[in-house]
Design a protein around this ligand. Sequence first.
Ligand SMILES: *Cc1c(COP(=O)(O)O)cnc(C)c1O
Length: 233
Amino acid sequence: MTDRRAELSAALTEVRGRIARACAAAGRPEDAVHLVAVTKTYPASDVVLLAGLGVTDVGENRDQEAAPKAAEVAAAGARPRWHFIGRLQRNKARSVVSYAGVVESVDSERLAVALARAAAGRPEPLEALVQVSIDGDPARGGAAGDDIWRVSDSIAASETLRLGGLMAVAPLGWDPDRAFEQLAVIAERLVKAHPGVTTVSAGMSGDLEAAVRHGATHVRIGTSLLGMRNPLR
Ligand SMILES: *Cc1c(COP(=O)(O)O)cnc(C)c1O
């Protein structure tokens, strides 16, 4: 456990350095970009260690894994903010809303409505991001075209949700600069329609520099922090 802590601490220093250098290169203040540690496939003990090292935000992509992990982390006394970043079925909305502070992967009006209903009992609104499909391929999730505006309007109209902004993954095989440049254009339009919007969640281990160059406010980092995931999971 001590070794794992040292390993995570070294990786965290490395990732924070990459973010700081990317911010400097883009002429942006270092605190303009927030780190979300993506802990999928890794145990609750890693989340507790990361929280102890100052990580405030963690990301998970499957409710069946995240729900018990969040409970275990809470029982250990750590209180990170959980970001749900995966495809979400409407029948899981109630579970996700019980631990998540942010759902980054809202890509349909139907899901927005389900989340709004599920969030009704919360003391404060649930933050929701519209997941954008940059290449318009629905296979990997994300809204495209006019659906982006329909989903964002639906979130903004809900009293139990708060529209935080956008999330996207660079499409496979795309130059990430081209992908995140397109996302920035969409983000600019979203801010015009909804001036309270602040978040552009873009960039992962392989492309965080490109995301920061194009205005990402949150980067979601798994592999570079925790190590390679088992591909069979
Ligand atoms: C797994 C995942 C990440 C993290 O990816 P890494 O390449 O391991 O940094 C980021 N965003 C989403 C949506 C993910 O599913």
